[in-house]
Design a protein around this ligand. Structure first.
Ligand code: PEP
Ligand code: MN
Length: 382
């Protein structure tokens, strides 16, 4: 790609610094907000959600490039004020999309970052104009653009004099109809291999459905994304656009709480709640998350227990010798982890009991004839 004179890989990766927020550094940057700015209250609520989640940037569209001319086209300048005001209230940066020269001129000095959307990725005149500004640009990948075309679009902005470009993978059009687009996570790696520019991921426009957003966001971080752009709305059912893919505020905050461990696993950081400060609330959120993992692990144990049950005869279900061995091993582990051994001695007999019961029940469902044999080992006895 010889024409990537400015966007092509250099010895060091670029970071984009905007008012104290660094995009492309070690920290994963979360951006969020509704697809379209609809009202002042909607933006205040969205900003509070983004802040609570540890997001740094509030996003909302005021000029909407809609597929149908009859769909809501955005509030324009009025919406811009709501966006800017709400971001200010929560000490967040803000970003909005521009669709042409006029909208660029209207927003360029009012927002911290400008978005050029998928539909305008190859609007070369707009790219050149945006390149003349000093405002950082999020450049989304076009609906059917190759990575080369996307990087060359970034090159237009860089060549016009603006070095602050953030690439955004937002799903591409494929033959698969179950999602709105197909999130191309390989593009994150490829773009980072070919270019020094930061790359963020927008799972919302890729999936088009909120149930996939959490998993795709985590996958994006694991794949090397420098940030996430996620749609959230105070009341998605009432959203003027993209409601089905917008997370509720609760879902957005919960997802943010789950991103830290993924970030850490790939040597990045993401602090839910903005600061690392251990407030009572954030500590309780951590406890809730650990509790959830404990239960998920118990469920996973139960799943294996069921498989083990399939391999045993009914009279082999209870194996006291193995139970004792497990308890001894875990008591030793507990001591090593500075947990009271009593905890293992109290909890594990209950876990075994429920495992044995589940194995017996599943055998009886399949073979009620064996019910007689059960008299030998009544459920609940130990
Ligand atoms: C948007 O971000 O609201 C949007 C329209 O996205 P895209 O350009 O990726 O379709
Ligand atoms: Mn949208």
């Amino acid at each position: 790609m010889k024409d990537l004179r400015l966007a092509g890989l250099k010895t060091t990766r670029s970071t984009i610094e905007v008012k104290g927020v660094t995009i492309g550094g070690k920290e994963i940057i979360l951006m969020g907000g509704p697809c379209a700015v609809e009202s002042s209250i909607q933006m205040s609520q969205s900003a509070a959600t983004v802040k609570q989640a540890g997001g740094k940037i509030l996003r909302g569209g005021v000029f909407k490039p809609r597929t149908s001319p009859y769909s809501f086209q955005g509030l324009g300048l009025e919406g811009l004020n709501y966006l800017v005001q709400a971001a200010k209230e929560q000490d967040l940066l803000c970003v909005t999309e521009v669709i042409d020269a006029a909208s660029l001129e209207l927003v360029v000095d009012k927002v911290d970052i400008i978005q050029i959307g998928a539909r305008n990725m190859q609007n070369f005149e707009l790219l050149k104009l945006a390149g003349k500004s000093k405002t950082p640009i999020i450049l989304k990948r076009g609906l059917s653009a190759t990575i080369e075309e996307w990087l060359l679009a970034a090159e237009y902005i860089l060549a016009a004099g603006n070095p602050q470009v953030i690439l955004c993978e937002r799903g591409i059009r494929t033959f698969e109809p179950s999602t709105r687009n197909t999130l191309d996570l390989s593009a994150v790696g490829v773009a980072k291999e070919l270019s020094h520019l930061p790359v963020i991921v927008d799972p919302s426009h890729a999936a088009g459905r909120r149930d996939l957003i959490a998993a795709l966001s985590k996958a994006a971080i694991a794949a090397g994304a420098d940030g996430l752009l996620i749609e959230t709305h105070p009341n998605p059912a009432e959203a003027t656009s993209d409601g089905p893919q917008s997370l509720t505020p609760e879902q957005f905050v919960q997802l943010a709480g789950e991103l830290g461990v993924v970030a850490e696993a790939v040597n990045r950081v993401f602090a839910c709640g903005g600061q690392n400060e251990d407030t009572l609330e954030s500590l309780r959120t951590q406890i809730d998350q650990v509790d959830q993992r404990i239960l998920e692990n118990l469920a996973a144990r139960m799943e294996v227990v069921r498989k083990v049950g399939d391999k045993k005869h009914l009279n082999q279900v209870k194996d006291s010798k193995r139970e004792k061995e497990i308890i001894q091993r875990l008591v030793n582990l507990a001591t090593e982890l500075q947990l009271p051994p009593e905890l293992v001695r109290k909890i594990y007999p209950l876990i075994f009991e429920s495992a044995v019961q589940s194995q017996i029940k599943s055998k009886l469902v399949r073979d009620p004839e064996q019910e007689l044999e059960l008299a030998v080992y009544p459920i609940g006895s130990k």
